[in-house]
Design a protein around this ligand. Structure first.
Ligand code: DUC
Ligand code: ZN
Ligand code: ZN
Length: 473
């Protein structure tokens, strides 16, 4: 087993920062030491196998992206990142763990859906990975499977109030799945948009000849996110299930979550970089078919209504607790283009897995969140929320040596063909400039990114059996 000493850096956690050297032995962190510590009289730097000088840089726990969709079949095509390309891109951006969504389709056994995801991922990942389970058909068998999967390390289940005929669950199905979660300690993750009402609006826009990507956003108004969020909160409250609302984009939805939390309910919110930076007017409303790049659900919201600023504020005040990407990339060619002349046929999704740590760090530079909050939102809380804390999300003796060395004096220009390793023919983040840089990424003690090169190995990434959320009441 080889030893590594990361010297001279500022170790940042969710609760503070300090100058410390980090000693790694094999796959684990074994000590945080006063800078320049000695062991039995010898300078540690002379006794370890590798010394990494992190002077002037931040040493942070590797990012945990709790919401990705590698190779996800959607809208007649499949998300363009495989587990190989997607986890490699994640590593480039300082993310060392992803939690992807295994899918049970209507009529399929939950266990078969999960087995398919294990087959896709096993041996193909550059970093560690876990799974949530999408339940696309709540019935007796599926409810029983929810109990079984807990023991297999799948401790969170996603339901959809949107996409009728695809992933959609009715309120009675949601209620029953929540009752099961309340019984077995699982977390219910909710895509909260009123799908049937959206479908009616979509048909009306198309009938009027309003077919461009802009109308994707217009047909999914904030009222239908707020309504579904409120309904999900009430159903969760009734059943006692913990509720984690994914990809919150509307300020009114976050207000519902804040009110629920203030009333003591066990409700959590995730948002994504696209809802912090991008908008209905600027991106979805781009000329011609360009807006297709930013078709995702929930949709980008109107900047004129102030959603983006409210989401930043929610991150600061802990009304929202996690930033994930909802990474679901599609190329323009042959994929997004399926919706030329009909926005409802554009596969939904944006690719961001490579840029989350940078985009959120820019929030530190811009005075939106603190350095510690950056680590908390992107690494520590997702680890705690989804049963990985201790191994992931923290730099402490005993934790996996998933470490990122981040240079606050570096610079990252984001764009297709520049810093982009995702399997996409465009970037949703073209032209974004970040006042910081991911220099070095270590996964379970193994160097993955260093000195501008990928030094990892496909197949290094292991499946993570997750425990229950630390936020259970
Ligand atoms: N939203 C997306 O944008 N893509 C995949 C599924 C989802 O809910
Ligand atoms: Zn969703
Ligand atoms: Zn998603």
């Amino acid at each position: 087993m080889s030893t590594t000493l990361i010297t001279g850096g500022t170790v940042v956690s969710a609760t503070g920062r300090r100058q410390a050297d980090v000693l790694v032995d094999g796959e684990r962190i074994v000590a945080l030491l006063e800078p320049g510590s000695t062991l039995l009289g010898s300078d540690l730097r002379t006794t370890v196998d590798t010394v990494i000088d992190a002077t002037g840089r931040y040493v942070i726990p590797g990012g945990v992206d709790a919401h990705t969709h590698m190779e996800m079949p959607f809208g007649g095509t499949s998300a363009s990142d495989t587990f190989e390309t997607g986890t490699t891109a994640a590593a480039w951006g300082g993310t060392t763990t992803i939690i992807d969504f295994a899918i049970q389709r209507f009529g399929e056994r939950v266990q078969d859906g999960l087995a398919t995801w294990h087959e896709k991922a096993a041996g193909n990942c550059a970093i560690d990975y876990g799974f949530h389970q999408i339940i696309g058909g709540v019935d007796e068998d599926a409810l029983q499977a929810m109990d079984e999967l807990i023991g297999e390390g799948i401790t969170s289940f996603k339901l959809f109030m949107a996409y009728p005929g695809v992933f959609y669950s009715t309120d009675d199905q949601i209620l029953r799945a929540m009752q099961t979660a309340a019984g077995n300690g699982a977390t219910i993750m909710m895509h909260a948009e009123n799908g049937p009402a959206i479908d009616a609006l979509v048909a009306q826009h198309l009938a009027r000849g309003e077919t461009t990507p802009y109308y994707h956003g217009v047909s999914r108004p904030w009222q239908l996110e707020e309504e579904a969020t409120h309904r999900a909160i009430m159903l969760a409250d009734l059943t006692g299930a913990p509720l984690y609302v994914v990809h919150v984009s509307a300020k009114q939805a976050i207000a519902q979550i804040a009110a629920a939390r203030n009333a003591g309910k066990n409700v959590f919110a995730e948002t994504c970089p696209q809802y912090l930076y991008l908008s209905l007017e600027e991106q979805l409303g781009a000329p011609g078919f360009e807006g297709a790049k930013w078709v995702c659900s929930t949709p980008l919201r109107a900047r004129a209504e102030g959603h983006q600023d409210e989401m930043w504020l929610a991150l600061r005040t802990n009304d929202a607790q996690v930033v994930s990407t909802d990474h679901c990339p599609f190329c323009m060619k042959d994929q997004k283009e399926l919706g030329l002349g009909n926005f409802s046929k554009i596969p939904n999704g944006i690719g961001s897995v490579e840029h989350r740590m940078d985009l959120l760090y820019q929030g530190v530079v811009d005075g939106r969140i603190s350095l510690e909050r950056w680590v908390e939102l992107c690494s520590t809380t997702p680890a705690r929320m989804f049963g990985l804390y201790g191994r992931k999300g923290v730099i402490e003796p005993g934790a996996d040596a998933d470490v990122v060395i981040y240079d606050p004096n570096g610079h990252t220009s984001i764009g297709y063909g520049k810093t982009h390793h995702m399997n996409m023919d465009h970037s949703a983040w073209e032209g974004f400039e970040i006042d910081g840089h991911v220099d070095t990424v270590i996964s379970r003690g193994t160097l993955v990114i260093d000195d501008g090169a990928f030094r990892g190995r496909i197949g290094h990434g292991q499946f993570l059996k997750r425990g229950l959320s630390q936020y259970l009441l």
